[in-house]
Design a protein around this ligand. Structure first.
Ligand SMILES: C[S@@+](CC[C@H](N)C(=O)[O-])C[C@H]1O[C@@H](n2cnc3c(N)ncnc32)[C@H](O)[C@@H]1O
Ligand SMILES: [Zn+2]
Length: 290
C-alpha cells in the first residue's frame, strides 16, 4: 500500500485530535487522501506520508545536512542514550495502562529520531507518537524513515491539535509556547522539556570560539518560566563526557548551528582530530499540567 494511503488510514483513527489551522473547525480524513475541515480547507497527505498543516509557509534556518547529521548522532552514537532512557522511564511511570491510545507529541521534533527512540523503548502498543516541526526538510526525513508515528509540518505556537488531546509533550532543544502546551495537554498531562546546561558541548564551543566571543549559556530563566506554567515534578540533570571518533565529530559539528558563525579553519582542525571528548550537560524538566 502506498505510504500516503497508509498514513491517511493511520491519521483516520486519530482524526478527532485535529483542528483546522485556519478556522479551528474539526477535520476529517477524506478518500484516504486529505484532511478536510468543516469549511473545506484541505490538507493533502504527501507521498512520504506526512501532512502539512502550516497556515503559511515558513523559512527555517535548519538545513537537510544539519538534520542528517542529527540523525546520525542520535541513532549511531550513544551521546543521547541516557537522555532517552530517563525520558522513557518518566513516561512509563506516568502512563495509565487503561488509556489507549496514549499520545506522545514531540514539538520541534526535527528529523524524528528522539521520538522514535523513546516510543520504541516504551514498548507499549497503546502509545502513538506524533512529531511536529515547522521545517519541511525535517518532517520529510522523519516520515521517510519512521512509519509508525504521525508526522506533521506545523507551528508549535499555533498547534493543529484540539484542546486536551495529548498525554505527554516532549520539547527537546526546541522553542516552547506554554499556552499552547497547556491547551493541548490533558489535565495532569506531562511536559518533558530538555534544556542545555552551561557545559553542554563545552569542548566544541571552546574550540570554535574564544570564550570572550561567545557568552556561556545559562538556563535559569528557562527553568523559572517553566515553573510558572507547570507543577515541577522533577528535574534530572545529566552530565557526562564521551569520546567521539572522527566521523562522529564531523556529524557533531554539522548538527549544531554553532558552526554557522565560526571560522572554517577552526572547524577543519576540529574535525580532523582522530577523536575527542564531548560533554553532554542538560536538564530534563518534568512538568505536570495543573
Ligand atoms: C535545535 S532543533 C532540535 C530538533 C530536535 N528536537 C533534536 O533535538 O534533534 C530545533 C527545532 O525546532 C524547530 N522549530 C523552531 N520553531 C518552531 C515552531 N514555531 N514550530 C515548530 N517547530 C519549530 C526547528 O525547525 C528545529 O527542528
Ligand atoms: Zn478550516
Amino acid at each position: 500500500m502506498p505510504k500516503k494511503i497508509k498514513s491517511a488510514k493511520r491519521v483516520n483513527e486519530f482524526e478527532s485530535l485535529f483542528k483546522c489551522p485556519f478556522c479551528e473547525n474539526s477535520m476529517r480524513v477524506v478518500n484516504d487522501r486529505s484532511l478536510i475541515c468543516a469549511k473545506k480547507h484541505t490538507f493533502d497527505f504527501a507521498k512520504q506520508g506526512y501532512v502539512n498543516l502550516l497556515p503559511r509557509p515558513s523559512n527555517s534556518h535548519y538545513t537537510k545536512e544539519l538534520f542528517e547529521a542529527r540523525h546520525k548522532i542520535i541513532m549511531e552514537s550513544n551521546l543521547y542514550t541516557s537522555m532517552h532512557k530517563t525520558i522513557t522511564k518518566m513516561i512509563k511511570e506516568h502512563m495509565d495502562v487503561a488509556i489507549n491510545p496514549f499520545t506522545v507529541l514531540d514539538l520541534g521534533c526535527g528529523e524524528g529520531s528522539h521520538l522514535q527512540k523513546i516510543v520504541d523503548e516504551c514498548k507499549s502498543p497503546a502509545i502513538t507518537g506524533i512529531g511536529l516541526d515547522i521545517s519541511k526538510e525535517s518532517i520529510i526525513m522523519a516520515s521517510k524513515k519512521y512509519k509508525d508515528s504521525i508526522w506533521l509540518i506545523g507551528d508549535l505556537a499555533k498547534s493543529p491539535l484540539v484542546d486536551e488531546s495529548v498525554h505527554v509533550i516532549l520539547n527537546i532543544f526546541s522553542p516552547s509556547n506554554y499556552k499552547e502546551f497547556k491547551r493541548t495537554l490533558v489535565q495532569d498531562g506531562l511536559v518533558i522539556k530538555i534544556v542545555p546546561r552551561p557545559n553542554y558541548l563545552k569542548e566544541l564551543r571552546e574550540f570554535l570560539f574564544n570564550k570572550t566571543e561567545k557568552e556561556i549559556y545559562r538556563n535559569d530563566k528557562i527553568v523559572s518560566l517553566f515553573k510558572k506554567h507547570f507543577y515541577l515534578l522533577d528535574v534530572f540533570s545529566l552530565s557526562y563526557t564521551m569520546n567521539l571518533n572522527q566521523a562522529e565529530l564531523k556529524n557533531l559539528v554539522q548538527m549544531t548551528p554553532l558552526a554557522w558563525s565560526s571560522d572554517k579553519g577552526r572547524i577543519n582542525t576540529y574535525i580532523n582530530q582522530d577523536s575527542a571528548e564531548v560533554t553532554i550537560d542538560l536538564d530534563i524538566l518534568i512538568g505536570v499540567n495543573k
